[in-house]
Design a protein around this ligand. Structure first.
Ligand code: SF4
Ligand code: SF4
Length: 335
């Protein structure tokens, strides 16, 4: 395992981290076993979220049972926008993770409007500053799916790390990732396998490890064999074979695959198009049915409400047949 400074925080993290979404598929004991393997393989960066149902609790159980808190860099996040709600989430995370200190607390995927609320008086940022002052959290980060939010976060001094989808076929953040490093902020590459769409995990992880602008790559894992495989790579230059495999993935992984760039917005009736496809991916590829259905249920406008005006398709740079894809998603979710 290779280690790297986490931006300007003074902390060092493993290049390959642990994405804590998929452990919702196992249980607390299974998570403990997984953590034994993570420690054995040198992983110290642990990513979870208040929104990942039982993930924080399972991780907390594993940490306490193994007595390994001091060996880990713990990162979690909250979608709350107000000071009160965010402060409550920080306390819940501390309780769930069974610790008195979280290394990185992140603002979880805010929209531009929500970010306004977070930064305004009475907003979540005040809770983050107070928690930092009180020594409950070490550093503040932000996660985004929208390039516009990523770009805005680059200009926010208190943001010490940014997490964004980045992989062989989702390179819409490439220039921003470079700027992120230039500004001394850590960059966390989420969705390294494009939400399960990339099957060649080796090529996907190596593509990111060989990018010096990427601080840490966080594949979601719930099986020990995934930990062993994902931690077996280094950052040596790509071989010809690997470069060819990466190119092959780029060429073949086209068709109905949403890169979550959000250029299709705004939808005429308010459908959050990339969110629909994101949740559908969790449903179809991650096997996280209950969670995916829960998050889909939270969308104000469902895929079935598309009036087929076609405006989104004119804006999609990948010429995706969005209307057809939405029909499929509506069928999968039943609404
Ligand atoms: S075609 Fe459907 S999804 Fe696209 S903009 Fe129109 S209503 Fe929205
Ligand atoms: S549907 Fe197209 S434009 Fe919309 S987020 Fe996906 S890839 Fe981007």
């Amino acid at each position: 395992m290779e280690y790297i400074p986490f931006g300007n925080t003074g902390l060092t993290v493993s290049r390959v981290g642990f994405g804590g979404i998929p452990i919702q598929r196992i249980d607390a004991e299974g998570t403990k076993k997984l953590f034994e393997k993570l420690l054995e393989c040198g992983v110290n960066y642990i990513d979870t979220a208040r929104g990942y149902t039982v993930s924080e609790e399972y991780i907390g159980y594993a940490i306490e049972s193994l007595g390994c808190r001091d060996k880990l860099f713990l990162a979690t996040k909250s979608m709350a926008a107000t000071k009160e709600a965010f402060a409550k989430d920080i306390e819940t995370s501390l309780h769930n993770l069974r610790t008195d200190y979280i290394d990185l607390y992140q603002i979880h995927n805010p929209s531009m409007e929500k970010l306004d609320t977070i930064l305004a008086p009475g907003g979540a940022l005040e809770a983050l500053f107070e928690a930092k002052e009180a020594g409950k959290i070490g550093h503040i980060g932000l996660t985004a799916h929208s390039a516009a939010v990523f770009e805005r976060a680059l200009g926010l001094d208190f943001v010490e790390s940014i997490m964004f989808p980045y992989n062989i076929v989702e390179t819409q953040g490439k220039d921003l990732v470079v700027k992120c490093r230039e500004k001394g902020k850590a960059f966390v590459a989420m969705k390294p396998l494009a939400g399960g769409a990339i099957e060649d995990g080796g090529a996907a992880i190596r593509y990111l490890l060989t990018d010096p602008n990427v601080t840490v790559v966080i594949p979601g894992m719930f099986e020990e064999r995934e930990v062993i495989e994902n931690t077996s790579f280094d950052s040596s230059p790509l071989t010809e074979d690997e470069a060819a495999r990466i190119e092959h993935i780029r060429q073949t992984l086209t068709g109905n695959f949403c890169r979550r760039c959000n250029y299709c917005a705004p939808c005429t009736v308010g459908i959050q198009i990339p969110s629909v496809f994101l949740f559908e991916g969790y449903l179809e590829r991650y096997g996280l049915e209950e969670w995916a259905r829960g998050r889909y249920a939270g969308l104000a406008v469902k895929a079935s409400e598309c009036i087929e005006c076609g405006l989104c398709e004119e804006r999609c740079p990948y010429q995706l047949p969005i209307r057809e894809m939405l029909k499929k998603a509506a069928e999968a979710f039943g609404e």
